[in-house]
Every structure is written in C-alpha cells, then in structure tokens.
Design a protein around this ligand. Structure first.
Ligand code: GYE
Length: 348
C-alpha cells in the first residue's frame, strides 16, 4: 500500500514537472517568435532586408503572357526581390482580391497588369492609404493618376500605327477599296483601345482602306480559330476569306495567338489566302516562323520581357524615389521583306 502511494506521488511530481517544462518551452517559443506577427509590420523577407513585391498577373492566355510572367520571376530572382504572385485567371475580381491581400500582407510595392481599363480607383485608394506604391505593368487604366506611381509596358498606339504603315506601303500601288477584317483582343483593355486607335489613325489618311468588321477574339488562339472557321463556313469559298459575301483583303489581328488560330482554320479548310494580307502583333516564335514561311506578311513586335526594368523601378520606388510616369519597352517590326536568316530566336 505504502509503495503504491509512493508511486502515485512520484508520478504526480513527474507529470507536473513535464507540464511546467512544456509551459516554459511554449513561453520561450512565443518570445523567440514575437517579431514575425503581421501586426508588427515586419515579415521574414523584410526582416532579412528583402523587398517584397506583390504582383497580380491576369492569366496565361498567350505565349506572350507566359513569357511576361517568366521574365518577371527571373528578374526578381536576379535582384533578390521576393514576389507574392497571383494569377487572376482572366478575372478582374480576382485581381482586386489579390491586391487587397497584398495590402494586408503589407508588401513594399504592388505591381499589376490591369486586365481592363476601369474599376481600379477603390482598391488603389486603399493601397495609397496603406502607403504602398503601385506600378502598372503592360496595360494602362482610367483612374486618378495620383493613385499609381507609373506605367511600364508597350506603346500600343505606336504598335497600331506600325501595322498600318506597313499596310499603306504594301498597298501603295492599289487603287480600289481595301477591305480590312479586324480581330481585336480583350474588350475594354487599354492595349486593344490603343492598337485599334493607332491603326485607324494611319489608315484614315487614305480612304481606300475600309474596316468592314471587327470581332473580339479575347487574345485567345481558340477564338481566332473559331472566328475564321465561322467566316469560312458562311462563305463556302476556298479562294480567300469573305465577310458577308465581300472579299477580305486584309486581316489585322491584335495578337499572334488569334493569328495562329486563324492559320489553323485556313489550313484545316484548305483556304487559299496567298492574296490576303495578314498582319499580327506580338512576334512570338511560331508567328515569326509563319512569316518566314510566307503565311503572314507583317508581325509587329510587343516585347514581353518587362522583368528587368520592373525590378529597377521597384527598387527606385522602395528607396522613396520618383519613377517616370511612363516607361515604354523597345519594340520593332518584322516583315516579309526582311532577311529571315538574321533573326534571333524569340524566346517565347
Ligand atoms: O499582345 C497578348 C496578351 O497585354 C500586350 O496581352 C498584352 C497582350 C498581348 O494576351 O498576347
């Protein structure tokens, strides 16, 4: 009996010792980790001096977009900048959610590709109130300019003008009407607004150029394929492309993905488009190959490699410096008249 009560006493002492040790250990752990709480404003990356960039990408709708994302990750790695990345799957509401989560996380800088021009004022006001600077990447917005620090991307107006200048030169000896069919990208996006406006600005200098129809292909290969398939099915002709019975002389496509989809349909139905002038934008490798094979006439470059310049701007702004309101990327034009042997691989 006495032994039994002695044993129970020992067990009690041992278990309270274990309990106290556990409490002490917990307190020590909490003390050591007191700094990482969000409300202390310091997070692990920042604690080790790393800048944190919250980046909201619109999706992966084209080879251009995929390369754009890669370029940003590569440059962040090279600059030792931590990225919190969000793929919005082509939805603005997902971008709004992502930007709000960047604000909660208290990133140093927010950068995002605005899928459309409107609807950003509120969330950018929240970022401003949180003291987090914002950089627009690739596309622009309609909002109070004080809500963002600057824009980095393409000059869509100039891209549209370049496409039209090629066409004017190509058709300089033609007298009759030149009928143009346009495949435009994501509706209400700045890039579509600009590529359409720049193109129209230049063709307006000669009334023979007429846009007979403009169709939204949302920058998708599948849509490009579908749009041209519907045209082919509605005309039953193999000697070219026709819209409501009228021959299409020119197709102006706002991106290579839609253009490649169009070529899929042309090849699937065996349509002869050697007299159809086809102009595209982006200059991904597959489109440059199609140009070299004589399937396209002109490809206007839109350069997706925005990473290195973005990281430069992120560091500038994190140091409290001003950045330029607009930073355009360098771009060129590829045409059927080029010496294709001089081309470098596109990388996307
Ligand atoms: O032309 C297209 C992508 O915003 C410039 O978006 C970008 C465009 C690009 O889907 O391929």
């Amino acid at each position: 009996m006495q032994n039994k009560s002695k044993k129970i006493k020992l067990i009690k002492i041992f278990s309270s010792a274990v309990f106290i040790a556990a409490i002490l250990f917990l307190l020590l752990f909490l003390f050591l980790n007191r700094n990482t709480g969000k409300n202390s404003g310091q997070n692990s990356a920042e604690q080790n001096g790393k800048l944190i960039l919250g980046f909201s990408q619109i999706g992966s709708e084209s080879a251009w977009r995929t390369r754009n994302t890669q370029s940003i990750f590569e440059a962040a790695m090279e600059n030792d900048i931590q990225i919190i990345f969000d793929d919005a799957q082509q939805k603005q509401e997902n971008q709004l959610k992502a930007i709000r989560s960047f604000i909660v996380y208290q990133v140093d800088v927010i950068a995002f590709v605005p899928i459309v021009e409107d609807g950003w004022d509120n969330v950018l006001t929240e970022a401003k109130e949180a003291g987090i600077p914002v950089i627009l990447v690739d596309r622009q917005i309609n909002a109070d300019p004080s809500l963002y620090a600057g824009f980095l991307g393409e000059d869509g107006l100039e891209e549209g003008r370049r496409a039209a200048r090629f066409l004017l030169n190509k058709c300089r000896n033609r007298t009759g009407k030149v009928s143009i069919y346009e495949m435009s990208g994501t509706e209400n996006s700045s890039v579509v607004r600009d590529r359409a406006r720049g193109f129209r600005e230049i063709i307006a200098t000669d009334s023979k150029f007429q846009i007979i129809h403009s169709e939204d292909g949302d920058f998708l290969r599948s849509r490009g394929k579908e749009i041209i398939e519907n045209l082919i099915k509605s005309s039953y002709r193999k000697d070219g492309l026709f819209f409501e019975g009228e021959r299409i002389d020119v197709v102006y496509s706002h991106n290579d993905s839609m253009t490649l989809g169009m070529l899929d349909s042309i090849e699937n139905y065996g349509i002869n488009t050697k007299n159809t002038i086809i102009i595209s934008v982006d200059a991904e490798q597959k489109s440059i190959d199609a140009l070299a094979e004589g399937k396209l006439n002109c490809v206007v470059e839109c350069n997706p490699n925005l990473g290195p310049k973005l990281m430069e701007l992120v560091k500038e702004i994190a140091e409290g410096n001003e950045i330029p309101r607009i930073t355009y990327n360098n771009e060129t034009v590829f045409t059927e008249n080029d010496d294709f042997s001089t081309y470098e691989p596109r990388g996307y």
